[in-house]
Write a protein that binds this ligand. Structure first.
Ligand code: C5P
Length: 216
């Protein structure tokens, strides 16, 4: 039987991948999983229980106990949650504990869009459509700053740029780092694009992948 049509949308923080992924999911009428939310939930819940981000066993237990129903808390969308997420995401046992939930999602027969860092490389390496969305740190910081302001968080642009740079180093700084494009991913640099232009470009990439998948 033909593998489901999975669209993997990877890339660094605030590259536009979340918006692109949700628009693709709407366009193709398939469910979407924001995998960053899983790591955010683990970081925030661990912190709430007084846990230490470097305590691998405690973080792994929180990851194992996580269920999809627990993912709706708006606290997972804050700047602090993003920071906590990247602290727990460096632990391989945490990544492993979250893998099953993501892979179950990637096996839905109707297909799915999953956004993250390692979807094309680890979670769904056979995904027929893989995008790797990037933009310069400055442009990503500006987008994240506007988004946080709209959420009512008051924070300076410089602090956000600093966050983004640290996050890039943490997410991509090790030999086994999850944040890298799959060999067959199509790179989409959104630095000079509006979100509508980026979505149109993503649609064209996915359409080409879908045409190949239909013939396969
Ligand atoms: O994409 P988002 O900003 O929500 O991700 C928060 C953090 O979670 C990332 O900086 C990264 O450390 C981690 N993450 C990950 N693998 C994923 C998704 C997110 O390591 N698939």
């Amino acid at each position: 039987m033909k593998a489901p049509f999975i669209i993997a949308v990877d890339g660094p923080a605030a590259s536009g991948k979340g918006t692109i992924a949700s628009r693709l999911a709407a366009a193709y009428d398939v469910p979407m999983l924001d995998s960053g939310l899983l790591y955010r939930a683990v970081g925030v819940l661990l912190g709430r229980h007084g846990g230490d981000f470097d305590d691998v066993a405690a973080a792994t237990q929180v990851a194992r106990d996580l269920t999809p129903e627990m993912l709706t808390d708006p606290a997972f969308r804050t700047r602090e949650a993003g920071e906590a997420a990247s602290r727990v995401a460096v632990h391989s046992p945490v990544r492993l504990a979250l893998r099953d939930m993501q892979q179950a999602f990637a096996q839905r027969p109707e297909g799915a869009v999953i956004d993250g860092r390692d979807i094309g490389t680890v979670i769904a390496p056979a995904a027929p459509a893989k995008l790797y969305v990037t933009a310069t740190p400055e442009v990503r910081a500006e987008r994240r700053w506007k988004q946080l302001q709209a959420q009512g968080e008051s924070v300076s642009y410089d602090d956000i740029l600093d966050d983004i740079r640290k996050r890039d180093a943490r997410d991509g700084g090790r030999a086994d780092s999850p944040m890298r494009p799959a060999d067959d991913a199509v790179l989409l640099d959104t630095t000079e694009m509006t979100i509508d232009q980026a979505t149109d470009a993503a649609r064209r990439i996915v359409e080409a992948a879908r045409a190949r998948w239909e013939l396969s």
